[in-house]
Design a protein around this ligand. Sequence first.
Ligand code: PGA
Length: 245
Amino acid sequence: MKIIEVKDYQEMSQKAAAYVIEKVQKSPRLNLGLATGGTPVGLYQHLINDHQKNQTSYEGITTFNLDEYIGLSAGDPNSYRYYMNDKLFNYIDINQANTFIPNGDVNDPQKEASAYEKLIENHGGIDLQILGIGSNGHIGFNEPGTSFQSTTHIVDLTETTRKANARFFDSLEAVPKRAITMGIGTIMKSKEILLLISGESKSEAFYKLLHGEVSENFPASVLKQHPAVTIIADQAASIKVNVLQ
Ligand code: PGA
């Protein structure tokens, strides 16, 4: 894993954007894996600014998001479809028909999960996957204990994750209990991975990622077995790594 340490959230977002923009310019038909949550918001803002200023085009780009809550409609402000439209897609020249997110508002989420896995395969796989990390080491919504071989599947969200995400909802009760997520096996098939880590609340997870064992109890540890992972981490996230190494 290649590690780029940066000062703060702003610099992480800038560096991540520069990384993505370079890939998009080199490969105008890139399959880009995207993430939601607090971490990539700055990255998306920089992509928008660059699109407006430099006209970087996303016309030929296809995107696949990691996950979606089950039970929220696309129009629900807390759905990840809404988030992606609102934070990125509505402001760049991407063809909305080429932006894929699991649909959590279906009668048969299991069927949706299998179809999503096939969809990624049929498009030739993901070239570059953007990832965040949960404080419990989750990637996507793959909570501790998830098989490293897992494909897109349905998960019961842990209390830790629901509490962490409750800040976006009116109450903890309003946070869905289930989600559809790319599996760890799905993520590992990406040709390249860009992991963003920001803030002191992630410092323990970052330390464990670097110094802990590879174990299904800490999902992100699988990334040590991937041949092309770049981590951009800010100083706050690196605090334990720098003190304890
Ligand atoms: P966050 O979530 O970016 O909102 O901290 C990251 C994650 O849970 O994967």
